[in-house]
Design a binder for this molecule. Structure first.
Ligand code: C5P
Length: 208
């Protein structure tokens, strides 16, 4: 359906990105990874030698974000994760990124993944999925992903970082991580990527 917006929210390392990308491909919709926007803002603040909690610096970085910032290859990793989560707690940063996200989805429809797509960015989305999994399973997946990229990591530290980031995202006053009232919760703890996709596409088709 043209103009259809599908919101895919959930905590860190729940497999939202993989799932959202596959849904978009299957439905012929554009895909936007909104976490990348916050990651790019956090990265720019770090590059400037500033603290990602510095509201003035972070807002300036968000306002001057360019497409090239989203193509950088250093947007993933523990530093980038925490910097993204820190700038994401700043209301002026979220406000600066809102128009772009809405504009992206409004024209031709889209699948967007993030934390607040169903609650704030597109409260009228046709379908809202809240994708989650146990923290142990999410940590295991993130650890394997890091290993696959050749990044040395400690499993306990990966899990601690995920817990910290989820707590920070869920406890911030503005656009906290939580399922929209009308979201369907998809727990992928015991599902592999293929099974999660099959479950999600069934949920989406039943609602379109
Ligand atoms: O999804 P991803 O892990 O790449 O997001 C990085 C960080 O960006 C999250 O921990 C969260 O703080 C922030 N974020 C957000 N709202 C979104 C997407 C991401 O606050 N819609």
């Amino acid at each position: 359906t043209p103009g259809t917006v599908i919101a895919v929210d959930g905590p860190a390392a729940a497999g939202k990105g993989t799932l959202a990308r596959r849904l978009a491909a299957a439905l012929g919709l554009p895909y936007l990874d909104t976490g990348l926007l916050y990651r790019a803002v956090g990265r720019r603040v770090l590059d400037a030698g500033a603290d990602p909690r510095d509201a003035r610096q972070a807002e300036e970085a968000a306002r001057s974000l360019s497409p090239a910032d989203l193509e950088r290859d250093d947007l993933r990793g523990p530093m980038a994760d925490m910097a993204a989560s820190a700038v994401a707690a700043i209301p002026a940063v979220r406000a600066a990124l809102l128009d772009f996200q809405r504009g992206f989805g409004r024209e031709r429809g889209a699948v967007l993944d993030g934390r607040d797509i169903g609650t704030v960015v597109f409260p009228d989305a046709a379908v809202k999925l809240f994708v989650t999994a146990s923290v142990e399973e999410r940590a295991r997946r993130r650890f394997l992903e890091l290993q696959g990229r050749g990044v040395a990591a400690d499993p306990a530290q990966v899990e601690a970082e995920i817990r910290d980031r989820d707590a920070q995202d869920a406890n911030r006053p503005v656009a906290p991580l939580r399922p929209a009232d009308d979201a369907v919760v998809l727990d992928t703890t015991v599902l592999d990527a293929e099974a999660a996709f099959v479950a999600a596409i069934d949920l989406v088709k039943a609602r379109l």
